[in-house]
Design a protein. Sequence first.
Length: 584
Amino acid sequence: MLTQKPWPAYVSVAVSLGLGLGLAAGLATAQLSPPTAGTKVTLNGRDYVMAWSQGVNAQGQPTLGISDAGLANRFGFNLLSTSNPQVQPVEWFNGSSQALSARWSPNGMFRYLDIAAIAQQQAWQVQPQGETLQITTPPAQVLGFRQGQQPWGTRWVIDLSRPTPWQISRLTNSRTGLTPREFALTVEASQGPAEPIPNIKVTTAPTRTIWETALPGTTRPQVSMLVNPPRIVVDFRRDPPPSRTIQWAPGLAWQEETISLRSGQFPLSSLIFDPKQPNLSLQPIWPSPNTLIGIQPLPELAQRWQVAGAINGGFFNRDKQMPLGAIRSQGQWISGPILNRGAIGWTDQGQIKVGRLALRQTLILGSGQRLNLTDLNSGFLQPGLAIYTTAWGPRYSAQTSTETIFTVQNNQITNRQLAGGQAWVIPPDGYLLVWRGTGAIPDSLTPGQTVELQTTPLPSDFDGFPNILGAGPLLIDNGKIVLDAAIEQFGRGLDAQSAPRSAMIQMPDGKIRLVTTHNRLGGSGPTLPEWATILQQLGATQALNLDGGSSTNLYLGGRLIDRHSVTTTRVANGIGIFFKPPQN
């Protein structure tokens, strides 16, 4: 359950929830200090994961805060551009934009928008029960449905008896488990018997109506609302989506725009991060602080690390759920680079370095012998001597049938044994050395031998960057495109493949962008040369391609902002934006 800091005594007043939040008249008054908060909302009997907070403001007025992600996903609020993170204009059956005050959860993960006035105006019944907020909206009816053609495509118009919540969903094919471009519009309104509509499935229930259809090609739905009388208008469009920029927090903006090349138009979603803001930080994230093994949807990674925003990160072995690339966090090497592939490093002050990265690890024995190590906490297996630290997890299980395990504690080899089928404990005061391959094991690797480990990144100036993530290929350095997939040992034909893409880039003003794209209008995603050109056109001075394809995800404030959540896949790591909110 989310908790809030105690509110000042001068706002600890008794307020009538019945008057302030649309509850039935005559309910007892309640003390709302400290405010209640939670992560679940029940809307007309259906449960959703959604952050909320209820309290009073400095004027003694009741507040009802629901995360902007929840309002957009489940209530149908359209968030409009804003340069003020504390004021969010929205569209919701109001004829013109309506400004809602915003505040953040204490952990900085969510931004609440205060909808107390809307709830009162619309006579919503609101009742907190533990960490669940129960909301019941007045009965609404569908008065009519019209479908027609516009120059840009098909239009739906749904006439309603009153404003009511609605949401867009994507559907999964129950036979294949795949996610075709199926679209569903759910409106919290009942509908009586209606004439069949070609190519549209209509499902009715006592309190809601659902319209389902297939989306051809890259057609996207754009929903707007009208008032007097209340209507929902859905346009299925093939032209570029409207641009918008939402300043979500001080130093953190969400931007949507379209970049045009000769080969097509590419809608982009970005999180723009200002490293000069002291309340923000950028760090790699992975399945758990206690293990590198595992893959999770990016929203789950974000929840685990309690970040405000995130993007998917480097490559991984999907079957074994192990990382395949460099991760360094706050000066600690978590996983080593592979194949001299591209990496990006950054400091808390916003300095950025990109390059093709290797890691030279040398084991210096008490006898003076020096042995080179091949891997650090990596799922990329090579013949030779690898190292596994507690960052890998509490235990190590053999990856091949011929491994020999050396246990190192307090800089001394304490045990040597064939791996067999068991899992080996990684000592908290040391690490495991794992010998792989058919060659002879060095005779000096014996119990009782003292050892010293030296680690140096190549190029060596990467050592000045406490945070590093490896992926690739490297795209832009000093404003110039430097794409060379072959030198980073990617497979043949990678450059020509069209796919969704993600990247971390630096702009000329020093700001950092986490950016994704999925499809060009009317076609597939960009090739790597197109992606490099897009980022250069954005103004990138440095750019690294991150894992793409189905891994492409961008997250902010409790939801994916570049794709529907039903289409997401699991990833092994990412880059998280940590936000310490100002005093609300």
